[in-house]
Design a protein around this ligand. Structure first.
Ligand code: TNX
Length: 502
């Protein structure tokens, strides 16, 4: 136990370099078979020390949880319950959640030590929550009589603050129950941003009290074959709270000024007077609709009122205003004004990469989606990026080439797991993190969404969390391959990826 603690302490004080999973295994010539395998952890922690031996956890444990573990403690209790482990103050097996003050662990980091007992320490409830997620991956998915845990000292902090996924709920609607499962699954892999693409040509998905027709009319349409519907404000509030309890920020996107047919069909005056096509839309085209930028007196009050309600609903510091795929002489002016409206409302805007042509404050985040887009001028002005380059991060592309019901416009071979994992996050300049995207023109059911999201979302998670120099696809597939039972236990209808031996 001393060795582990001494190692952990040295790590904190000296700032341990990241240990590659491979190296870790090779240097540990542990006698027991269990320890010759890399720990099946995804994302892989920064620093892992494995000591020969195991700790047996019996099916009653004593939990000591510090004040300030308000989500970590329930997460731990749920984990124990799912494994039929009971709580008892007199049980010899002990799990501790400890609040510490160690700047090196930051807001999200934790230390997990397994020796004579299990202890998780962190500066925050978030860090403790992530420590519990790591413990969960070290335990089997199914209950058994008792549990053998490897003796470890793990010290772990994320590489990026933004570890996200975007779900297009506009082309095809996803019910709140699906979003809740999605949130739970993301949290299991330490993902922390769920970007909801709430409006597009085919549908408007969030209740706006001042403009009820947005959901009466705009909420009733969908892409052909997809689901229609919308979230009431009460449902959004519930989702926000649910996400928060899983340390996930819901980032709302209202796509402007293009991708707005559902809004135009609801409030015709938002379109230019010569536009005759004002009905709902269920096709697959992009780039044909827009707010009438020559009617500023009509569109800007509407934009501001809509965003004001969005901001009331979503506590996220960042609000996405879209900005993709539209040509208009007044485009740059519009984006500049929209990002300033967000600023005036007390938040910071995100725009898709094209929004970089506008005069935006440098704190506006830009979301890169075309690998080759010339984002350099924006970086020089001080903008930071969310990395979603489509040849790596577009999960509406196939798990394999020519997978039915997938796009291939960005990469004809699709975006297999290996490709998704190979994104070099250091190659695109200043990034706050990564975000994979699931557009839903061709993804109409929960099962289809699961198939496109998993297991690739585990690659997003590792890109976002683990240090760039620890990436190793072969090690990643071995670790993730072992976690199949955990995905099964969560009911994920994943694509059985051959690289994982599934
Ligand atoms: C491009 S990426 C779009 C979406 C489509 C997607 C399909 C981006 C900002 N816009 O409107 O759904 O391609 O892959």
């Amino acid at each position: 136990m001393r060795t582990i603690l001494a190692f952990a302490l040295a790590c904190t004080l000296a700032g341990c370099g990241s240990t590659s999973p491979e190296k870790n295994v090779e240097t540990e010539q542990a006698p027991q078979a269990a320890q010759t395998q890399p720990l099946s952890l995804v994302p892989y922690p920064n620093s892992v020390e494995v000591i020969p031996g195991t700790l047996t956890l019996h099916n009653t444990v004593h939990v000591e949880a510090a004040d300030g573990s308000e989500t970590a403690q329930p997460a731990l209790n749920t984990l124990l319950e799912q494994l039929d482990i009971e709580l008892s103050d007199t049980a010899p097996s002990q799990i501790e959640l400890i609040r510490v003050q160690e700047p090196a662990l930051g807001d999200e980091g934790y230390r997990l030590i397994i020796d004579s007992h299990v202890s998780i320490s962190a500066n925050t409830d978030t860090g403790l929550f992530y420590g519990v997620q790591t413990l969960r991956q070290l335990l089997p998915a199914q209950a058994s009589k008792d549990y053998q845990l490897p003796l470890v000292a793990i010290t772990d902090t994320p590489a990026f603050a933004w570890r996200g996924n975007m779900l297009d709920v506009a082309r095809s609607f996803y019910p709140t129950e699906y979003l809740k499962s999605h949130i739970e699954r993301m949290a299991r892999f330490k993902l922390n941003r769920l970007h909801l693409h709430l409006s597009d040509d085919q549908g408007w998905r969030v209740e706006i009290k001042q403009y009820p027709k947005l959901t009466e009319i705009g909420g009733a349409s969908a892409v052909e074959g997809g689901r229609s519907g919308f979230y009431t404000q009460a449902e959004i509030r519930e989702l926000v709270a649910y996400a928060r309890a899983h340390h996930i920020t819901l980032v709302p996107e209202i796509d402007l000024p293009g991708h707005t047919q559902a809004a135009l069909a609801s409030y015709n005056e938002l379109a230019c007077d010569d536009v005759t096509n004002l009905g709902p839309y269920s096709g697959l085209e992009v780039g044909f609709s827009k707010l009438c930028l020559t009617k500023p007196e009509v569109i800007y009050p509407w934009v501001e009122n809509v965003l004001a309600e969005i901001i009331e609903l979503f506590p996220s510091e960042y609000i996405h205003i879209g900005g993709d795929e539209i040509k208009d002489p007044l485009y740059a002016e519009f984006i500049g004004r929209a990002t300033k409206i967000v600023d005036k409302l007390g938040r910071t805007a995100i725009a898709w990469e094209e929004g970089s042509v506008a005069d935006n404050d440098p704190d506006v985040l830009l979301q890169l989606w075309n690998d080759e887009y010339d984002i350099q001028p924006a970086l020089e002005r001080g903008h930071q990026l969310i990395l979603s380059p489509c040849t790596y991060a577009y999960f509406d592309h196939g798990n394999y080439a020519e997978q039915p019901n997938t796009y291939d416009w960005c990469r004809k071979e699709g975006v297999p797991l290996e490709r998704a994992y190979s994104l070099d996050t250091s190659a695109f300049g200043a990034a706050v993190g990564v975000e994979s995207a699931l557009w839903s023109e061709l993804v109409h059911t929960n099962a289809a969404a699961d198939n496109r999201l998993w297991p690739r979302l585990a690659a997003t998670a590792e890109l976002g969390w683990s240090q760039v120099d620890s990436r190793d696809y072969s090690a990643f597939t071995k670790r993730l391959g072992q976690l199949r039972g955990q995905l099964d236990a969560m009911g994920i209808q994943y694509y059985p990826e051959p690289d994982l031996g599934w």
